[in-house]
Design a protein around this ligand. Structure first.
Ligand SMILES: [Fe+2]
Ligand SMILES: [Fe+2]
Length: 471
């Protein structure tokens, strides 16, 4: 099948010979990578998946049974806006770029490659999870996330191929050569080298790590490089489902946990085959603290440059802000210097990473309030909490110190003493892994997670979300 037929697109793939040739050359390598590093053991099964077929609101997705290697990875740009201007930075009234400006070429390439690298990385991290899926519903959702991350890789490779010539093609090849967790050729960002081999970690990943992705994509959707803006805008429509999977997945674990705690005479959820809430809290502490570091340094001249040149805006820059130069504003930041915290006013442009991090944290706290509502509904007195942004950081200025869950400075010894109380221990991991037994019967759910409130796209929960070969 010709590439123009197998790749749904709205980028005139049939007309652009050069782009077509580059993608045709890359496709077999992508297929090889998908077979080697994609979901193991399910490549020949038919999964009920949605495929993006256009960018029309309401009509962009088509649902059907598909074998994953035959998924139609599409290339879509959100519709262009005539006379779009930069909108922020030093020259907010200048027209946006439709080609890469020479002086920004290497920065822009790095931004795109860093985003692109996370897409195949997460597929690699999740490749064994199908073997322990708690239901067909969850199995299908996992694979939906996986194929869409594959499509996001295509979306970024399209930009590299179309706008960056030879080095773009080399970067596209390298995206298929790095491997999550491989010490010799790791993925670029550390979170994307973490193990994600139990389903609670998968839900935490899609809740916290994919949510970082949402805010990064939203900042890039403001970009003055128009093709990047339009590409990431469309990716965000798919990303919403990944975040839904994570947030509701954690909620379902929490529901089951709270119910089991109430039902057990000793208040021990583990006695009832569920995951106790203190253990859920440890997973939150680990995954949140890992993801919150992805926003970059608190005070960052790079972020200031990206903003000044119009490469990366604030979250909802155009809708939320009146003033788009951000030249005179300051950000009151708690800086950690010489072992103590002091509040200092930082020029806003240098605090752009922190502004985005604030949006992200507020969103995580919103989700946490919903989980706590679920716990209260079950009649249990317990509250989950999003840890402070300073807790357990490995990057940025807070990595210089040691902090408790509330963000108070403590000694490194205290951290070590309390590590088992705050973060998953080997024993916790063993317990959670012991629960990970596959359930492939339609309508049935593993005992450690509550069923969702409704099925996918109007289907009932006993719908056969995957037609699996006998195993
Ligand atoms: Fe993605
Ligand atoms: Fe995602």
């Amino acid at each position: 099948m010709a590439l123009t037929d197998s790749i749904p697109n709205n980028v005139d793939l049939g007309q652009d010979r050069k782009l077509l040739r580059a993608l045709e050359k890359w496709q077999p390598d992508f297929q090889r990578w998908w077979m080697e590093m994609g979901p193991e053991g399910f490549q020949q099964d038919r999964i009920w998946l949605r495929t993006a077929v256009s960018v029309e609101p309401g009509g962009w997705a088509h649902y059907d049974y598909v074998r994953m290697p035959e998924y139609r990875w599409g290339i879509f740009l959100a519709p262009g806006q005539a006379d779009r201007t930069m909108g922020f930075g030093d020259n907010p009234l200048d027209p946006v770029w439709t080609e890469v400006p020479g002086e920004l070429r290497s920065i822009l390439r790095r931004i795109i490659v860093t985003q692109a690298d996370t897409e195949p990385a997460s597929v690699e991290q999740q490749r064994l999870l199908g073997k322990t899926a708690p239901s067909l519903y969850d199995l299908r959702n996992l694979f939906q996330v996986n194929v869409e991350e594959g499509r996001h890789l295509w979306a970024m490779v399209h930009l590299l191929h179309q706008y960056f010539g030879k080095d773009g093609r080399e970067e596209a090849d390298a995206l298929l050569e790095r491997r999550s967790g491989d010490p010799d050729k790791p993925r670029i960002l550390s979170t994307f080298n973490e193990r994600t081999d139990d389903w609670m970690s998968f839900f935490m990943f899609t809740m916290f790590t994919d949510r970082d992705g949402k805010y990064q994509l939203a900042a890039l959707a403001e970009s003055g490089f128009d093709p990047l803006s339009r590409s990431t805008q469309f990716m965000l429509t798919e990303e919403a489902f990944h975040l839904f999977t994570g947030e509701t997945g954690v909620d379902r674990i929490v529901r089951r946990s709270a119910e089991a705690t109430v039902a057990d005479p000793n208040g021990d959820a583990r006695n009832r085959g569920a995951i106790d809430l203190p253990t859920v809290q440890k997973w939150i502490n680990f995954w949140f603290s890992s993801a919150v570091g992805l926003f970059g340094g608190e005070i960052s001249s790079n972020a200031a440059d990206y903003f000044a040149t119009g490469l990366k805006g604030r979250y909802k820059e155009r809708q939320k802000y009146q003033e788009h130069r951000a030249l005179d504003d300051v950000y009151p930041m708690e800086v950690f210097e010489g072992g103590t915290l002091t509040t200092r006013e930082v020029p806003l442009r240098n605090a752009i990473n922190e502004v985005l991090r604030d949006e992200y944290i507020a969103d995580c706290e919103r989700a946490c309030r919903k989980w706590n509502q679920t716990i209260a509904e079950a009649g249990l007195d317990f509250e989950l909490r999003i840890p402070h942004r300073r807790f357990n950081r490995t990057m940025g200025m807070y990595a210089e110190g040691a902090f408790d869950l509330a963000g108070n400075p403590i000694t490194r010894e205290e951290v070590e003493d309390r590590r088992a109380e705050w973060l998953p221990t080997e024993a916790d991991q063993q317990y959670v892994r012991s629960l990970m037994q596959p359930v492939y019967e339609p309508g049935v759910f593993a005992g450690w997670i509550a069923p969702p409130s409704k099925g996918v796209q109007g289907t009932s929960l006993d719908f056969e979300y995957a037609k699996l070969a006998p195993r």
